[in-house]
Design a protein around this ligand. Structure first.
Ligand code: 9MR
Length: 775
């Protein structure tokens, strides 16, 4: 980025068009480049004398066409040159199929800009025609004259293809005689830009100037550094608390030093206390104080009041505070089932037809071998859709399915008492295990019976539109067997085999089948220890790529050891591995969790003290961050990544695992409660991030069924990904660049407002755990 290039005129074929019309039709293949963010740009510039102008004479002014590729200065947010045509700086220029040929600017991202210099020779009222093409909607540009907006931002909607061109005419008003800098500010991409044409309806005339105006480009707008703010409301867990939970609220750093709590309705004061000193929480640059309401433990409805804060915060205390959110978070899996109709009796208003039978799935070239050549038809029905899309990915299914089983293993009484009203609810199996079985059956079908290897994903070639499952008829494929998918599969199957052993009469033979599947997957992975996912060129869906599988070996080895009691698996483990916060690409802690959960049945080969220590060390670190946080939560700036809410909940899950090994460590439970409070409202966005729960929750989630069903309210019980500052240009603008505030409740925001099965799973675990462990 910001590559300053020596530019010679001989390298150019200068476009000297004076008026192009009509839309070309092309088929160039284009996608937007990987975005990077950057600080304030420094302009790159051309030698002033190196360009010729394409101005027409002012005597008979018929319009001035400015070829986009003939900019004088530019800024490009992405490093490198994707196309290497025409000029070799960071701007991506490609040949155009538009009428008149030549070149267009492509791979446009928000933040890019191009600068030209105009010489108005006769005053007049001017318009600018922008020649654009895009296969997607959502592009936008802003025309600036001398650094000031010359018109409203121009939306670039889809033209049908990257080389199907359309003109957008924009009035820019009066210009007097003189020299002006024209800036094309790219406000959101991707789209392509071929040229701009200036015209005047009342006799004005303008020519191109080859010298950029001023030493400093007026296209550069200094970015105001975000300022510390005092929030305008109290933030707390919008679902309330169980009686013995630590109950913290974040309060704006107003002058008041005390808080009071009154009973809702009667106004009777039941508690008052000191607020903590004001401090700034860095991820949101918010100046806040903390109110500790923990000494209040009687069930009821309350209001927290602080002088100087306009609105009191309502909250409640109940022993079953998290029953409903837990059941909804689990029921969300039912709503994301593939290959089945959702009946009104179970799904209510969210009933829908069956989609994606997945009984006719093709082996993709990347997965072909002698026994299953490309195009072989395989059946791999059932399973859950991964997220807002309709594809099914083994790596992400691995951690998801396991986390639900781990929740059941820890809290069997809680889950056995629960009824989700799913089709299997009447049987003798806890609903959570019925639901998990829906995905396990699909996972089993993802193993190649010929060699034990497991396909990475079942997917269509690209993401389909926002339609209901039954209307998506895209061909679906099994793509590439990988070591990561095979090991995740082995781990889940070994763990599931232990749990479903107790349900042999309901699932005859399943436990044994799963263990055998785990073993053959393990064998394949050891024979193929480094086959990493590589996205084939014709596939565009989620990658879940992972080039380090030491953690997957650790997890799978741990599960096979626990299930088989074969010491060879344990001695093969790299027990120098520490525990960390798990995620789809980092799963070693799932092994540590299982070892901890099964301490009573491990062979003497296992080092009990070591296992406990691994979890305890991690929990100590997380709890100490919470202890010093102005928000009373362990999250720091680095914790705001894609799916940050699941990062928070996975931290909480690890804390709660450590707490259950030593229930004197109440700080671990409190730190977990804080993270749970965070996702349910004690955060810088004021959202409860779970659909249908809390005072203010996301309405426009990136979830195809919720977007396509014609029902305003999204399906309840899904946690959205949450704030993080890298937006991949998915939506026009975000309310703040600050990590903890970078969230928008828009369907376009797949980077912050999508839902995913691996994000819901720790919500299920943590909501059950906190209710059971702090009654
Ligand atoms: O959760 C995934 C996140 O960690 C990655 O950064 C992101 C980009 O690769 O993909 C996320 O997973 C998406 C998956 O690839 C496709 N289905 C939707 C998932 C959630 O956004």
């Amino acid at each position: 980025m910001n590559i300053k290039t020596i530019f010679t005129v001989s390298a150019l074929s200068l476009g000297l068009l004076a008026g192009c019309g009509g839309g070309g039709n092309g088929n160039s293949n284009k996608s937007s480049s990987t975005p990077t963010t950057s600080s304030q740009p420094a302009a790159s510039s051309l030698a002033a004398s190196s360009l010729q102008s394409s101005a027409t004479s002012s005597a008979a002014f018929n319009g001035l066409v400015i070829e986009a590729e003939d900019y004088l200065r530019f800024y490009d947010t992405t490093p490198g040159n994707t196309t290497n045509e025409y000029r070799q700086d960071a701007v991506d220029i490609e040949k155009t199929n538009d009428q008149g040929g030549g070149y267009n600017i492509g791979y446009i991202d928000a933040g890019d800009w191009l600068e030209f210099s105009l010489e108005v020779t006769t005053p007049g009222t001017f318009s600018i025609e922008s020649r654009v093409a895009s296969a997607q909607s959502g592009g936008a540009l802003l025309l600036e004259i001398d650094g000031k907006a010359a018109a409203e931002q121009i939306a670039v909607s889809a033209t049908g293809d990257w080389q199907t061109w359309a003109s957008i005419n924009t009035a820019i008003g009066d210009l007097a005689v003189g020299n002006y800098a024209l800036c094309i500010q790219m406000k959101s991409g991707p789209f392509n830009l071929n040229w701009l044409k200036l015209t005047s309806a009342n006799g004005g005339a303008v020519a191109l100037n080859n010298t950029p105006k001023g030493a400093e480009s007026s296209c550069i707008h200094p970015v105001e550094p975000p300022k510390v703010a005092v929030p305008d409301r109290i933030k707390l867990n919008q679902l309330g608390f169980t009686p013995n939970a630590e109950k913290l609220a974040v309060v704006p750093a107003v002058d008041a030093t005390r808080f009071t709590v009154v009973k809702a309705g009667t106004g009777e004061q039941v508690l008052s206390g000191d607020l903590s000193a004001g401090a700034i929480w860095e991820p949101a640059l918010e100046s806040v104080k903390l109110a500790d309401l923990s000494s209040l433990s009687s069930a009821g409805d309350y209001e927290l009041r602080v002088a100087g804060v306009a609105e009191a915060a309502k909250f409640s205390i109940a022993t079953n505070a998290y029953d409903a959110v837990n059941a909804a978070a689990l029921k969300a899996y039912y709503f994301n089932r593939a290959s089945t109709e959702l009946l009104e009796a179970n799904a209510g208003i969210y009933k829908r037809a069956a989609g994606h039978p997945d009984t006719h799935v093709l082996i993709h070239a990347s997965a072909a071998d002698a026994k299953r050549p490309e195009g072989t038809v395989v059946s791999a029905a059932k399973g859950w859709y991964d997220a807002g899309d309709y594809n099914k990915y083994i790596v992400n299914s691995g951690i998801t399915t396991y986390t639900l089983l781990a929740a059941f293993q820890r809290f069997p009484t809680f889950f056995t008492a629960q009824s989700l009203n799913i089709p299997e609810s009447a049987d003798a199996v806890p609903d959570i295990l019925n639901e998990v079985m829906w995905n396990l059956e699909w996972m089993l079908a993802m193993q190649d019976p010929n060699d034990g290897g497991v396909y990475h994903k079942l997917t269509s070639k690209g993401f389909n539109g926002f339609e209901m499952p039954e209307t998506d008829k895209s061909e679906r494929y099994l793509v590439q067997k990988t070591t990561a998918a095979t090991l995740d599969f082995a781990a889940v199957m070994a763990a599931a085999s232990r749990i479903y052993r107790n349900y042999e009469s309901q699932y005859p033979g399943k436990s044994a089948q799963m263990l055998a599947a785990a073993k053959s997957a393990w064998t394949w992975a050891n024979a193929n220890p480094a086959i990493y996912y590589s996205q084939p060129s014709d596939i565009q869906t989620g990658a879940y790529g992972d080039n380090n599988v030491s953690d997957e070996f650790f997890w799978a080895g741990s599960e096979l050891y626990i299930t088989t009691a074969d010491n060879n698996y344990y001695t093969g483990l790299n027990t120098t591995e520490n525990a960390d916060v798990p995620g789809w690409g980092g799963v070693k802690s799932l092994g540590w969790i299982s070892l901890a959960q099964n301490l009573n049945s491990l062979t003497s080969a296992a080092d009990e003290a070591l296992i406990k220590n691994r979890l305890d060390t991690l929990a100590t670190g997380i709890a100490s961050k919470k202890a010093t946080s102005p928000y009373g939560v362990s999250l720091e700036t680095g914790d705001f990544f894609w799916g940050s809410n699941s990062g928070a909940l996975n931290q909480a899950m690890m804390l709660l695992e450590a707490y259950q090994l030593d229930t004197s460590k109440i700080a671990y439970r409190n730190a977990a409660q804080a993270l749970f409070d965070y996702v349910l409202g004690r955060n810088a966005t004021d959202y409860s991030f779970v659909t249908g729960f809390g005072v203010k929750s996301p309405l426009n989630i990136h979830h195809r069924p919720s977007g396509g069903d014609g029902i305003a309210a999204p399906i309840p019980g899904f946690i959205v990904g949450g704030p993080h500052p890298d937006h991949y240009n998915d939506c026009g603008s975000y309310p703040s660049p600050l990590p903890a505030k970078s969230f928008v409740d828009e369907q376009c925001s797949y980077s912050t407002n999508e839902i995913a099965i691996n994000w819901n799973a720790p919500l299920v675990y943590v909501s059950a755990a906190l209710q059971v462990l702090a009654p």
